[in-house]
Design a binder for this molecule. Structure first.
Ligand SMILES: Cc1cc2nc3c(=O)[nH]c(=O)nc-3n(C[C@H](O)[C@H](O)[C@H](O)COP(=O)(O)OP(=O)(O)OC[C@H]3O[C@@H](n4cnc5c(N)ncnc54)[C@H](O)[C@@H]3O)c2cc1C
Length: 335
């Protein structure tokens, strides 16, 4: 369909050089990390006709006014790391790239909340909070590039969610531009968490945060998946609630071995599965967690690896896709 010259002119008045119409850049807006079946492509027009990069809610209000008058669809987009197509246009139109709205607006150290613009990347937010002795309560494994707004709109569940809940449980308030162009403040999570941006574009989010605490991972391997599952049940029943548990079944570990490029030997036996149990909080909480993991690994007669292996696994939390180069199958789970 495409946009008319007059429409491009109007968008240019609102966004200036933050309006993108170059073909190769529009192409980048036509996918996310997933791959949709070819047949779906026949029914949809993935390519945006333009990408705009707002820097304020006012610009988004003006954009909705334009889109409603001209009947042009809008698709909000963060970093495009989801694999479910929510950030991909279905019928062309305008993609609203939110990554320039990436400021931290305020930190409430007393009530432990932070208010941010939605385009901020998770690890950037975490870095800034850590400098104040604070931390986010949960974040996605894609946190090196995924935006806060994208994870909110996706209703994410990730690292830290076992202890602190999903992103829905960590949102306090939103500022949203509704499709009718109205700017509202709301705490209605049902409307704005997990609804993929179809009910409005989020322009601010207030999130719960926590004090920065010690964190320690523990890694064990098991010869059978069912033993690993039983061990996880025991750990959850008997110990303090872990910050996160990452489990990798045996096929994942075998793939990991085939793509291993570290300068020390691959630590896990073939066909084993592994769990990484991570505790955070006071030293007492971490010690109590360690005791439970030790007890259970002894009970199951399996290996608990040293800190070096555990730290390496923890550092790898942002790179679950690394094994993709070893084969097509990706099986990674987390709680
Ligand atoms: C390696 C890897 C690891 C991952 N790990 C996790 C994980 O641990 N947990 C998890 O839940 N997911 C995970 N994901 C999926 C995905 O990364 C997350 O859901 C991520 O938070 C999406 O953020 P994004 O900025 O990339 O959003 P996008 O993919 O750009 O968009 C996601 C959805 O949000 C909408 N949206 C974006 N910004 C706004 C806004 N401001 N207002 C309204 N709607 C908006 C889009 O329209 C789209 O529907 C992972 C993906 C990868 C590739």
């Amino acid at each position: 369909m495409g946009l008319k010259k007059t429409q491009i002119g109007h968008l240019s008045e609102i966004f200036g050089d933050r309006l993108i119409t170059a073909k190769h850049e529009l192409f980048l807006g036509s996918s996310d990390v997933g791959s949709l079946p070819k047949m779906v492509g026949i029914m949809m027009n993935y390519n945006p006709d333009a990408i705009v990069q707002p820097t304020s809610a006012e610009e988004i209000k003006a954009l909705y006014k334009f889109a409603n008058e001209e009947k042009v669809p809008l698709t909000p987009r963060g970093a495009g790391t989801s694999g479910y197509g929510g950030a991909i246009p279905r019928k062309g139109g305008i993609t609203v790239d939110m990554r320039r709205m990436d400021n931290i607006l305020s930190v409430d150290e007393e009530n432990l909340t932070v208010t941010v613009e939605p385009g901020i990347v998770w690890t950037n937010l975490q870095f800034e909070l850590n400098r104040l002795g604070l931390d986010v309560r949960s974040y996605p494994s894609s946190g090196l590039s995924a935006t806060v707004g994208g994870w909110v709109a996706q209703g994410g569940d990730g690292i830290g969610s076992l202890k602190y809940g999903t992103i829905n449980e960590n949102c306090v308030e939103f500022e949203v531009v509704l499709p009718n162009g109205k700017l509202v403040k709301t705490d209605d999570k049902d409307l704005f968490c997990d609804t993929e941006g179809i009910l409005g574009i989020i322009t601010k989010v207030t999130l719960k945060i926590k004090p920065l605490t010690k964190i320690k991972p523990f890694v064990s391997s098991f010869p059978e998946n069912y033993l690993m599952n039983m061990a996880i049940e025991h750990i959850l029943e008997e110990g303090p609630l872990p910050f996160t548990i990452k489990f990798k079944e045996s096929k994942y570990i075998d793939l990991k071995k085939s793509t291993w490029d570290e300068d020390y030997k691959f630590p896990f036996p073939v066909h084993h599965c592994t769990i990484m149990v991570v505790y955070e909080g006071t030293q007492e909480e971490i010690d109590a967690g360690e005791e439970v993991v030790r007890k259970i690994t002894e009970q199951f007669k399996v290996v608990m690896y040293d800190d070096h292996v555990a730290e390496h696994d923890w550092e790898g939390r942002f790179h679950p896709m690394k094994i993709k180069k070893g084969g097509p199958t990706l099986v990674v789970g987390q709680a």
